[in-house]
Design a protein around this ligand. Structure first.
Ligand code: GLP
Length: 248
């Protein structure tokens, strides 16, 4: 696991965007795994800037998102489909039909999740997967206890995650947050050829030290990334504040 510590959120975002941009230039039809939440917003802004100012071309890029709230249609302003359109897809030259976000209103969610896994494989697998991290160490919506062999499925959200997503940034009231979601599993994420996890703010410092320096455990799903052959953790100084070793 490679760890990169940057002074600011802006630098963290630029570093991560650069990794994605390098791949897009080298492999124009690459398959990207994307994430939602507050953390990647500035990275997406940097990719939009690169598209507008440097001609970064998304016309052949394919994307798969990690997760979606169960029951929310894509036009709901808190759905992750809406988030992705609003924060990235509407501002670059990606073909919408090449962007896959789990459908929270699928009629048969279990079957639908199996189809999502098949589609990822059929399109060649994910080249780079972007991840944020929850304060409890969750990745996508793989809450503590999610097994290493888990795949795209219906999951229950913890109270902590529901609270974190209704603290005024996203949902206004915890009662409005769906209690379940569809989420790629730990095994789905581990199959990506490269994984980039980004985290900023001191509220992530505990989760980051457990992820990077702790024991690999289902209690901290992000710790499984220690076993990935090409995983990079990019953090700002606040999120890095509890790490005991010094990283570049
Ligand atoms: C949600 C998402 C995760 C994300 C996490 C952290 O639970 N499902 O993919 O990493 O929140 O979000 P934030 O970046 O807003 O702190």
């Amino acid at each position: 696991m490679k760890v990169i510590v940057k002074k600011t959120t802006e630098q963290m975002s630029r570093e991560a965007a650069q990794i994605f941009a390098d791949l897009i230039r080298q492999k124009p039809n690459c398959v990207l795994g994307l994430a939602t939440g507050g953390t990647p917003v500035k990275m997406y802004q940097e990719l939009i800037r690169m598209h507008k100012e440097e001609g970064l071309d998304f016309s052949k890029v394919i994307t798969f998102n990690l997760d979606e709230y169960l029951g929310l249609p894509g036009d709901h302003d808190q759905s992750y489909r809406y988030f992705m359109n609003d924060n990235l897809f509407n501002h670059i030259n990606i073909k919408k039909e090449n962007t896959f976000v789990l459908n929270g209103t699928a009629k048969d969610p279990k079957l639908y999740c199996e189809g999502y896994e098949m589609l990822i494989k059929a399109l060649g697998g994910i080249d780079i997967q972007l991840l944020g991290i929850g304060g409890n160490g969750h990745i996508a919506f793989n809450e503590p206890g999610s097994p290493e062999n888990s795949r795209t499925r219906i999951v229950d959200l913890t109270k902590e995650t529901i609270a974190a997503n209704s603290d005024g940034r996203f949902f206004k009231d915890p009662k409005d947050v769906p209690t379940q979601a569809l989420s790629m599993g730990v095994a789905t994420i581990m199959e990506a050829r490269k994984v980039v996890l980004i985290a900023n703010k001191s509220s992530k410092a505990d989760a980051i030290v457990k992820t990077v320096e702790g024991r690999v455990s289902v209690d901290v799903p992000a710790s499984f990334l220690q076993k990935h052959k090409d995983s990079v953790v990019i953090v700002d100084e606040d999120a890095a504040s509890k790490l005991s070793k010094t990283y570049a």
